[in-house]
Design a protein around this ligand. Structure first.
Ligand code: SF4
Ligand code: SF4
Length: 295
């Protein structure tokens, strides 16, 4: 009986040792050696885990960068050029400077400009309301005002303005992570170039209806008249589906288009106020003084 127990213990021990040795060699053979640069790249990232880079989080982005071995098409909007330069140093490559972007709301259908025609009484999310109806003002492209964008922003860069019923971008907090762009079921937000001195010009409307129906629901809708297109000397404005669009890469911020718009749909941000027309005339170049003649 004693011998049986001894044999059983010895056999089980032998099986255990053999299995351990096999497992050790298998583990060695299939061992995944992680590139230590992934940790260094991750350390350089801001750790916001916002997904603005298009990856699931900062770690996934770091892995993606190291795997790609290049920074082409890759960017951390939160860290910006400084962070990308640090990452480039880790990889021993050059980082290309990128012009910073910012979120822009392309709707001015405030309570005043687009008066309420019906009352919504459903769940307070834009995604739900969007699938249900056109909105309280009747504009099927306009802001629904229920703040899905505000909820999506991890950087406190958006709030709802109680007076206008529209979201407002807090310029010094927006990192252009793009969460609001994804969250808005109407696609009203756009990431645009921040612009020199933070100056931007854009059509603050995405309504593709013809002029009359667009204007019926909102005083400041783009009616697709094309006047802005004609006046732009830089071919920065295009008109498609009754809607004008200003290409921020081409726009030279000359401000010629905004006064042409009959509905004030073109917004100018952070510019000094325009001089009243009378003042402009007063400052018009004077007639050259007659040349002095020597007697
Ligand atoms: S911008 Fe879009 S997400 Fe934000 S409140 Fe308006 S409809 Fe909703
Ligand atoms: S001038 Fe105004 S209304 Fe006309 S196309 Fe341009 S943005 Fe739209």
């Amino acid at each position: 009986m004693d011998n049986v127990i001894v044999y059983a213990v010895i056999s089980l021990s032998a099986i255990g040792v053999t299995a351990a040795v096999v497992l050790y060699f298998v583990a060695q053979k299939f061992k995944v050696i992680e590139d230590p640069r992934i940790d260094d790249v991750e350390a350089a990232l801001p750790g916001a885990n916002c997904g603005g880079c298009g990856f699931a989080g900062c770690r996934a982005f770091a892995e993606g960068i190291v795997k790609a071995g290049t920074l082409e098409g890759l960017n951390c909007p939160v860290g910006g050029n400084t962070t990308m330069a640090e990452i480039a140093k880790v990889l021993g490559i050059e980082a290309e400077e990128k012009d910073p972007l910012i979120a822009v709301l392309r709707c001015n259908g405030s309570c005043e400009n687009a008066p309420q025609k019906m009352k919504y009484d459903g769940p307070a999310t834009c995604a739900f309301a969007h699938n249900l109806y056109s909105g309280e003002s009747g504009c099927p492209f306009g802001c629904l005002g229920l703040g899905d964008c505000v909820v999506s922003c991890k950087f406190d860069a958006l709030y709802m303005d109680e007076k206008t019923g529209l979201p407002v971008v807090v310029e010094d907090k927006c990192v252009a992570c793009g969460a609001c762009v994804k969250a808005c079921p109407r696609g009203i937000f756009e990431l645009r170039l921040k612009g020199k001195k933070d100056r931007r010009i854009y059509v603050c409307c995405i309504n593709e209806e013809k002029g009359a129906p667009a204007k019926k629901n909102c005083e400041v809708a783009c009616i697709g008249c094309g006047k802005c297109v004609k006046v732009c000397a830089f071919d920065a404005i295009t008109l498609e589906n009754n809607l004008a669009y200003i290409d921020d890469e081409k726009c030279k911020l000359c401000r010629k288009c905004a006064p042409e718009c009959p509905t004030n749909a073109i917004h100018e941000l952070n510019f000094p106020p325009r001089k009243p027309k009378a003042e402009v005339t007063a400052e018009a170049p004077k007639e050259p003084a007659p040349a002095e003649t020597k007697s």
